[in-house]
Design a protein around this ligand. Sequence first.
Ligand SMILES: [Fe+2]
Ligand SMILES: [Fe+2]
Length: 478
Amino acid sequence: MSTTADYTEKIPNNVNLHEDRRLQRALESWQPNFLHWWQTMGPTLPTQDVYLRTAINVGRDGWAQFGHVAMPEYRWGIFLAERDPGRKVGFGEHKGEPVWDKVPGEYRAELQRLIVIQGDTEPASVEQQRNLGATAPSLYDLRNLFQVNVEEGRHLWAMVYLLHAYFGREGREEAEELLHRNSGSLDSPRILGAFNEETPDWLSFYMFTYFTDRDGKYQLGTLKESAFDPLSRTCEFMLKEEAHHMMVGTTGVDRIVQRTVEVMREHDTDDVAGLGAIPLPVIQKYINFHYSVSLDLFGGDTSTNVANYYTAGLKGRWLEDRRKDDHKLASDSIMVDALLEEARTGEPSIGQTEVSALVGLNTDLRREYIADCQGGVKRWNRILEEGGVRQRLKLPHVAFNRKVGAFAGIEATPDGEQVPASEWQHRQGQWLPTDVDKTYVRSLMQPVHQRGKIAAWIAPPRNGINGQPFDYDYVHLS
Ligand SMILES: [Fe+2]
Ligand SMILES: [Fe+2]
């Protein structure tokens, strides 16, 4: 196994694809379908070329190169992190056994399902973001959008490689389906709810890359622990690229908050809507929305499927090897969110209940994610504090606006106070973006495609990309 990609091949890869002609031919015949998908469902803004990072190596130093590339000619490749020949299964009933280079027959269906679900999210986000180029606030932001898009395309390749290489005819059929389902489609939507929501403006884009891509990071983190070694190595490398997507989201929201604070101070008012900035209450509503739909992506609070995946060694916990327990969890327990019956009224109320740790693994992962999400809110509040503004942003309660899990059947305020459906109906506009909010945000989305210029609703970034200045020619439009 070489770590450097072979660029003389049609499909750059570090998996010695040329040694398996059948597989190579199968992937080469999927390639034009992928390109057709990219042309029809990918970014709509016409460009000549974009200053992009391309993965070329999985080693410790210099895994990527930067340069202007015409996007359809981006070298989407197949990269697995380096193999650790002594790697052992880290959890579940196979703990301590050597990891698997092939798919064990008894886990075939489950592994295929996990890969398809992960794979489905990758092209979905490209579809959701396809029209954003037309309203980019700067060439720097435009370039970051396209970088995220091409890398999500590469993540699709990563999952399709596994399907083709290890799951036979069914795997190839699933790979086709990944291009046929489309975000928001009525007949064949993407598998998970959040990936069928629109990303109509750049505030949504940064919230998506902050909250929803971060769900991706946590899912990849659990699959990186998998006993199925090719899946583990694939996810390990994807996580490297994912870090940039998180950065785009985190700093994107930073810069919006920064600009809002500046305008608030300049005009000594909280009401910046007429002044071309995004008001803090609107930012809060977008946080409420994107955070709550992203919490749903972690699935039910309890799940016997996920317990079985863990015991079988298919999907571990976030940072499994740092956990101080037996990594089998057969006799451990966890408190999970639940609706409890209130003793006095008999009505369901927000609470927690104890379940076996295995069954509560979705909750474990969701909590890791929530703790991570707090980091962004802290940053944004620091910007508010340093700007001398008294307002603060926060994450809403876990019961707020949930469609999956224990709280799907009730309504709760962002503070976690349970409210009747009728009250939710007439108050939800205080907590979630209304049509008025969305229309206002969209009205700000006027493209700034001149080098070195930036829209008025967002502050410029502190740093450019790869040591280049902010006013670098990141994108050449056509
Ligand atoms: Fe991804
Ligand atoms: Fe991503």
